[in-house]
Design a protein around this ligand. Structure first.
Ligand code: DLZ
Length: 162
């Protein structure tokens, strides 16, 4: 689907599994916390909407997006969650640091998925500007947190059916 016009909060609720028996871990980066807080809120509200009980949503913070890899690995290994949602926001600056953080975090989260302890959902915004991030955390293009919550429930079900 072309992302330019895709609203991240648009989905068919009838396709989303009931989450009332499942436990979800959410790992949130403190960098750009106005954005990551809004992403967290979107994910949290969407999980509740699909039956996940508040006591079964475990939220932990990490300092920056790069730490999402360790934080998600810890959550997957040390708790009994059925899926982990990793939430962060990297905004391009003046140096190549942006590229290294994005690549390191993305490859780390992908590696966790390959190890397949539980599904790890990619909630990292990689934006050129703050406005692009604001558009995707509850603004003009919806909320990527909503998308992550829906994806987590679908991936848990995927693992149960296979
Ligand atoms: C250092 C840094 C920079 C420059 N920018 C961001 C960012 O836009 N978003 C983010 O989540 N984290 C950033 N960080 C912090 C790194 O992710 C990481 O926390 C530090 O490099 C310490 O490992």
């Amino acid at each position: 689907m072309a992302s330019a016009l895709h609203n991240l909060s648009s989905y068919d609720p009838s396709t989303v599994p009931d989450g009332s028996e499942w436990k979800i871990g959410i790992v949130v980066s403190e960098w750009n916390e106005d954005v990551t807080g809004a992403l967290l809120q979107g994910a949290y509200d969407t999980l509740l909407k699909h039956g996940v009980q508040a006591r079964n949503i475990i939220v932990k913070t990490v300092p920056g997006s790069f730490e999402l890899v360790y934080g998600s690995a810890w959550m997957a290994r040390q708790t009994d969650v059925d899926a982990v949602i990793a939430i962060g926001c990297v905004i391009r600056g003046d140096t190549p640091h942006f590229d290294y953080i994005c690549q390191g975090t993305t490859q780390g989260l992908a590696e966790l998925n390959r190890k397949a302890i539980v599904p790890v959902i990619y909630g990292l915004l990689t934006c050129n500007t703050l406005q692009q991030a604001l558009d995707r955390c509850g603004g003009a293009l919806g909320n990527k947190g909503d998308e992550c919550a829906v994806t987590a429930l679908k991936m848990i079900q995927y693992g149960r059916n296979s």
